[in-house]
Design a protein around this ligand. Structure first.
Ligand code: ZN
Length: 125
């Protein structure tokens, strides 16, 4: 069970996790992309003041675990944290691969979704 403590010392608890098939279209809480109807996604029922369901793509949940995002946050892992972390990871990987290109004026930073795909493909086979 993952437990995070926020600044007010309220404890966020994950009551259950599952991988259901989407009955309708949802928005991924991490990347803000669409979870399509019938797509299998990651669902966490959490309690944090109120009970709510945190839905994300399986790949987004995987990369969050892989990059240990849950360990780095003092409070609930939000979409904002996720975006920050992916952008940073993208920069690190790209600079290691191709420093000159990254620092040149011609380098165009890809969209967040493309950065995410790049980071996932570099970490998960
Ligand atoms: Zn996602």
């Amino acid at each position: 069970m993952k437990i995070a403590v926020n600044k007010l010392n309220t404890i966020m608890k994950v009551l259950s996790t599952s991988k259901p098939k989407a009955r309708k279209q949802y928005t991924c809480e991490f990347c803000y992309g669409k979870i399509e109807k019938n797509e299998v996604y990651s669902s966490q029922v959490c309690v944090y003041d109120t009970i709510y369901t945190f839905r994300s793509h399986l790949a987004c949940d995987k990369i969050a675990n892989k990059l240990q995002m849950y360990e780095d946050v003092n409070e609930e892992l939000s979409g904002y944290d996720f975006h920050e972390c992916i952008r940073e990871e993208f920069r690190i990987i790209w600079i290691a691969k191709d420093t000159n290109h990254f620092e040149s004026k011609e380098f165009i930073i890809p969209s967040f979704q493309d950065q995410l795909k790049f980071v996932i493909s570099n970490h998960i086979n």
